[in-house]
Design a protein around this ligand. Structure first.
Ligand SMILES: Nc1nc2c(ncn2[C@@H]2O[C@H](COP(=O)(O)OP(=O)(O)OP(=O)(O)O)[C@@H](O)[C@H]2O)c(=O)[nH]1
Ligand SMILES: [Mg+2]
Length: 320
């Protein structure tokens, strides 16, 4: 059986292997991605973002457990993790993560880097595709949201949850940097510590005055304590409700079209950059042209235009 078929039949080993092949851009990686596309599109991709240390990973572990208890398959991708999923420092968390990983319905992958210009790297999108091909019911993507670069989680996920803690003072910059606009669900985690009620009230007020592009859904605020397992069911309900509302109001195709556009822009961008770099480094004609620019015999704008034409024209391009 080929690897794509194995993944479709939920072979965890095949999924791991395919992820490695794709991460390392090994021979045949593109064939896997091309082939798996037909099996994708049924998973609910949920983005969980927020400032460092608010409890995203801990919360995701609890969320995953709740989904699994409902018989669902859950994929988790943690981008740039500084704690637990990579086997972090906190013993309690590590034990919980390991319990989760032992569950055959949960598959966790940590990504070392987010790379790319827009934030969510091509590889992340590829791995989401692989997990979709595994027929995950839910795919949760954790990103550390600290500013503008992270708002493009919305270009990957159907439902975006922004996690904050009752220490809102520290997190307010995050909201200012664009996080307020992208959240479908806002979570105040750590409601077991002081200031939770005030934080929730403050956030609800901010939401009521903010402008949201999707009229079919008004963001909600949920209080949780991942540590004390409070509010998890409410959070899961809110996630389902969001998906339901999006489906009913035709919001799903709208989002999916945007996700696809973003994905394709990334594919084209990567291909373009690869070709351009290859040409700049290996193509004698291009190198000669650059020397001409260096010697001021031609200006960089005219030269770049020539290079651009050559990069695009596959007949002229003899790189790999
Ligand atoms: N009191 C309290 N502490 C929590 C709660 N959830 C998580 N924590 C603690 O907060 C710390 C950070 O938790 P993480 O889950 O690693 O937070 P994170 O947002 O994933 O952190 P980064 O990935 O580094 O951005 C850990 O010490 C957790 O045990 C909670 O509900 N209440
Ligand atoms: Mg984390």
């Amino acid at each position: 059986m080929d690897i794509v078929k194995k993944i479709f039949y939920r072979d965890r080993y095949a999924l791991s292997k395919a992820i490695s092949i794709i991460e390392n851009r090994e021979d045949g990686y593109l064939d896997i991605l091309k082939d798996i596309y037909k099996n994708t599109g049924k998973s609910h991709v949920i983005g969980i973002t927020g400032p460092p240390g608010v409890g995203k990973s801990t919360l995701i572990a609890e969320l995953a457990q709740e989904f699994v208890s409902q018989g669902k398959y859950v994929g988790i991708i943690a981008i740039d993790p500084t704690s637990p999923f990579s086997g972090g420092a906190i013993l309690g968390d590590r034990i919980r993560m390991n319990d989760l990983e032992l569950n055959k319905n949960v598959f966790i992958r940590s990504m070392a880097t987010r790379g790319g210009i827009g934030g969510i790297a091509t590889t992340t999108r590829n791995i989401i595709r692989l997990m979709e091909g595994f027929q995950m019911d839910v795919i949760i993507v954790e990103t550390v949201g600290t500013g503008q670069a992270d708002v493009d989680i919305i270009n990957v996920a159907e439902t975006v949850a922004v996690v904050l803690s009752p220490n809102l003072g520290d997190d307010i910059q995050t909201l200012k940097a664009g996080m307020l606009e992208i959240g479908d669900i806002f979570i105040i985690n750590k409601i077991d510590i002081e200031g939770a009620d005030e934080a929730i009230a403050y956030l609800e007020n901010m939401i009521s005055i903010a402008k949201y592009p999707y009229k079919e859904w008004m963001p909600v605020v949920i209080g949780t304590s991942a540590l004390k397992k409070m509010g998890i069911k409410e959070l899961v309900d809110a996630i389902y409700q969001h998906k339901k509302n999006l489906s009913a109001s035709k919001g799903i195709p709208k989002r999916n079209e945007r996700v696809l556009q973003y994905e394709m822009e990334g594919i084209i961008y990567d291909e373009f950059m690869n070709r351009m770099r290859y040409m700049m480094e290996h193509d004698p004609e291009t190198k000669e042209l650059m020397t001409e620019v260096y010697n001021k015999n031609i200006d960089p704008y005219t030269a770049s235009q020539k290079i651009l034409e050559k990069v695009i024209d596959k007949n002229k391009f003899n790189g790999k």
